[in-house]
Ligand binder design. Structure first.
Ligand SMILES: NC(=O)C1=CN([C@@H]2O[C@H](COP(=O)(O)OP(=O)(O)OC[C@H]3O[C@@H](n4cnc5c(N)ncnc54)[C@H](O)[C@@H]3O)[C@@H](O)[C@H]2O)C=CC1
Ligand SMILES: [Mg+2]
Length: 352
């Protein structure tokens, strides 16, 4: 295809965006920015930046919702100077997406990777005042953000965290260098390329036909129960991982399994959550909790689950001494699994 895009965008390009559907043009544009440092640097000039501090996104409260503000490159450079940081820090930013009009979106953490001699963490309150917002822990923010912003900020946090944790080559010990978009890091001495990684995790809502099985780890917020989750082991298929995790954590054997959906989950490191529904063998419902993994597990009725789904924002509710039974927020795939189970009433119709 032509090297120059021509009328549509008047810039050098790998292909003619005019001939592509909006979605395909967007994915091709992002691909180009990941591959071509110069194109990515150019995109920063007209792009928008989302700001983080120690992996907490900057949010502004407007009416009844929280929104992540966008900053232009010029605004960002002004802010960096004001915060005593080098404007070169823009190069620490990572590409996280773009609009349909090809406005590229980037994320920058004002505290991590800081080469400035000033301890940026000391400046957080001053930064928040200047930025007219607050840096809010992403786990909490997920209760208040819309789906689009939550997904964008989750990607941004995961990528920023990955870069922060992969500054050095594990073979040579030398500092690695990120490409402009942040889609990889390269060791200058041996040319090894490191790509951001996600760990596959299976999450399964087990049902006995009338009840569903939910569990909690001691690290969960008080009162919260979720579906059974676990990292896939090397060499396992998804089916084997689900079967093993359910047996390992609650001592039950699953009979039927049905894939539901998947989700990127940024906590504590990037995971690809693969969500399934499963049923147990008839009459074999006695839970044996593996206390090394779980604090508690129990069968819950439809009515109990419906009540739990209605409890919004337990971070506010927990001020009233007792912690009622609640489930992960609507943006977590566990919530989606639980809702599906409630809506379908029973998964006895699962294929054998
Ligand atoms: N988005 C959602 O709806 C939900 C997401 N999750 C996520 O699922 C993930 C896995 O759930 P868990 O029950 O904690 O897993 P798990 O049942 O596999 O237990 C965690 C343990 O597995 C071991 N492990 C094996 N591979 C690991 C890896 N790649 N990274 C870290 N630990 C590894 C460690 O010893 C760790 O302590 C958690 O990170 C959690 O954030 C859990 C529930 C709901
Ligand atoms: Mg687990």
């Amino acid at each position: 295809m032509s090297l120059y895009c021509g009328i549509a965008c008047r810039r050098k390009s790998f292909w003619c965006y005019r001939l592509l559907s909006t979605y395909v043009a967007k994915t091709r544009y992002l691909f180009e920015l990941k591959e071509d440092d110069d194109a990515c640097k150019k995109a920063q000039q007209t792009g928008a930046f989302y700001l983080f501090h120690s992996l907490a996104p900057l949010l502004q409260k407007s009416e009844h919702q929280y929104l992540p503000p966008q900053h232009s490159l010029l605004e960002l450079e002004r802010l960096l100077r004001k915060f005593g940081q080098d404007t070169q820090r823009v190069e620490d930013s990572v590409l996280i997406g773009c609009s349909e009009q090809h406005e590229a979106w980037f994320a920058l953490d004002l505290c991590l990777n800081s080469s400035s001699s000033i301890n940026a963490s000391l400046q957080k309150p001053e930064m928040e005042t200047e930025l007219k917002g607050s840096f809010i822990d992403l786990r909490k923010a997920l209760f208040w953000l819309n789906v689009k912003d939550a997904s964008l900020l989750s990607t941004a946090q995961a990528l920023l965290r990955w870069h922060d944790a992969h500054q050095f080559c594990s073979r040579s010990g030398q500092p690695t260098k990120k490409n402009m978009a942040g889609s990889k890091r390269v060791c200058p001495s041996n040319k090894i390329i490191y790509y951001p990684q996600m760990a596959p995790v299976v999450i399964t809502l087990v049902s006995d036909g009338t009840r569903c099985l939910l569990a909690r780890q001691s690290s969960f917020p008080k009162g919260m129960y979720s579906a059974l989750a676990g990292f896939c082991d090397i060499g396992e298929s998804l089916e084997e991982a689900v079967r093993r995790e359910v047996a390992e954590e609650v001592g039950l054997e699953i009979e039927r399994l049905k894939f539901s959906a998947s989700q990127h989950w940024p906590f504590p490191n990037s995971s690809l959550m693969i969500a399934c529904h499963a049923t147990v063998k008839p009459g074999q419902t006695e839970i044996q909790v593996n206390v090394r993994e779980l604090e508690a597990a129990a069968w819950f009725s439809h009515d109990e689950v419906i009540t739990a789904l209605k409890r919004n924002d337990p971070y506010t509710q927990q001020q009233n001494e007792a912690f009622p039974f609640w489930v992960p927020p609507k943006l977590a795939i566990a919530n989606q699994l639980i809702k599906e189970w409630v809506e379908k009433s029973t998964y006895s119709s699962l294929p054998a």
